[in-house]
Structures are given as structure tokens and as C-alpha cells.
Ligand binder design. Structure first.
Ligand code: 3NM
Length: 205
């Protein structure tokens, strides 16, 4: 699979985002057609140590079963132990060029929120860019100000060959505008984890 295809409906989740069992939520989303999953165990209430690994292993196994690419947010050791297909990092995490040396065969995604970050990004070392927050979000405690779909257009214009996924405040109502701006896909937490009917939310996306 190409990374562009994987980005199309990219579901992100950690136990801190879930009211119910994360494994059941992932299974429902997988059944409904998500194209990639990122294990992002981060923020208030995130699991640590063995529990963090154990949930990751269970979610990883579900992705294998459904043949959905599995990404780990930030945590290199976990990405290695769980044999993740990819790793996603932010601006404050390990530099992407170093990650590339450690993981020559994994997909590497990098978040960028503004022009300065884009200018300083090692574009040759990464496989896709996460751009956002497109809309305002309360899911990430330290999210930056919303940048709008215009930012997708600008990144696409600057680097037409790099796959782009939008993130932040994306829902069934506004996902189309992110795609129309030139994104290859949308990444979503709460519009799936908080959906009353996960299958409906995923198929409407
Ligand atoms: N990263 P929701 S915004 C994990 O801007 C994350 O880089 C962001 O959650 C960024 O879909 C965000 O519930 C939270 O808005 C996305």
C-alpha cells in the first residue's frame, strides 16, 4: 500500500480518548473502513509502562487482522517492539532525519502548523506531513491556533509531491473541505471516538 492511500481515513486514538473499550472502538472503526490507525497514548490519563505496551499490542493485532497500517505516535521503542508500519512525530520530538536512520523501512509522518516549521522540515526524510490544527479542537491540550483549510493549500503548493493529511477538529461535516483544499486524507480522533454510531461516522467521512 502507498502512504497516500493509507492517509485517506486515518483514525488516531489512545485510551485517554475513549469512554468505552478502545479495542471495541478500533474494531468498529476498522469494520467501517478506516484506512490507517495511529496509537497515540498521550496527555492526561495516558497509560504508562506495561499497560501502555499491552494496549498497543492488542490494537496492533487488530490492525493486522484487518490489514490496516499501524502507526505509533512519538514513541520509538514502542514503534519498534510493536513492529509498527510507521511512526508519527511532532516538532518537539526526535528529529525526523534521525528517525529515518533508525527506521529506514517505516513510514515517518511529521506535524507542521506554520510556515517556519515547514521551512525547517527535513522533507526528504519523511513520508507525509500532518497539517493542522485545521479547525479548533479540544482533544489536544496544547494544540496551536486553528490554521484553516488555506494552510493545506499552501503546503500542497509548496510541496506538491508530499502526501498531506489534515488534522484537528475534522468531522463528517467539514472533512470534504479539507480534501477539496488538496489533502490526501483526514485524521480524526473525537469525531470517531465520540460518535454515537462509529460505523456511520466512518462511512460518512
Ligand atoms: N494533533 P480531534 S490536533 C493529535 O494540530 C492532534 O497537530 C493536532 O483531535 C495538531 O480530531 C490533534 O478530536 C487533535 O480534533 C485532533
Amino acid at each position: 500500500m502507498e502512504v497516500r492511500q493509507a492517509l485517506r481515513k486515518y483514525f488516531i486514538m489512545g485510551s485517554q480518548n475513549c469512554n468505552g473499550d478502545p479495542k471495541e472502538i478500533l474494531k468498529q472503526a476498522a469494520n467501517a473502513g478506516i484506512t490507517a490507525f495511529q496509537y497515540r497514548e498521550k496527555g492526561n490519563g495516558a497509560l504508562q509502562g506495561f499497560q501502555r505496551y499491552l494496549l498497543g499490542k492488542q490494537l496492533r493485532d487488530i490492525c493486522k487482522q484487518y490489514q490496516i497500517p499501524f502507526f505509533v505516535n512519538d514513541d520509538e521503542e514502542l514503534a519498534e517492539i510493536l513492529d509498527a508500519d510507521g511512526i508519527h512525530v511532532g516538532q518537539d520530538d526526535k528529529p525526523a532525519a534521525e528517525l529515518r536512520r533508525r527506521f529506514p523501512n517505516k513510514w515517518i509522518g511529521l506535524s507542521i502548523s506554520n510556515q517556519a516549521e515547514l521551512n525547517n522540515s527535513p522533507i526528504d526524510s519523511i513520508d507525509y506531513l500532518g497539517v493542522g490544527p485545521i479547525f479548533s479542537t479540544t482533544t489536544k491540550e496544547d494544540a496551536k491556533v486553528a490554521v484553516g483549510t488555506q494552510w493545506v493549500k499552501e503546503v500542497k503548493h509548496a510541496y506538491p509531491h508530499i502526501p498531506i493529511v489534515g488534522i484537528g477538529g475534522i468531522s463528517v461535516d467539514n472533512a470534504a473541505s479539507v480534501m477539496e483544499a488538496g489533502a490526501d486524507g483526514v485524521s480524526i480522533i473525537s469525531a470517531i471516538t465520540n460518535a454515537k454510531y462509529i460505523d456511520q461516522a466512518v462511512s460518512q467521512l
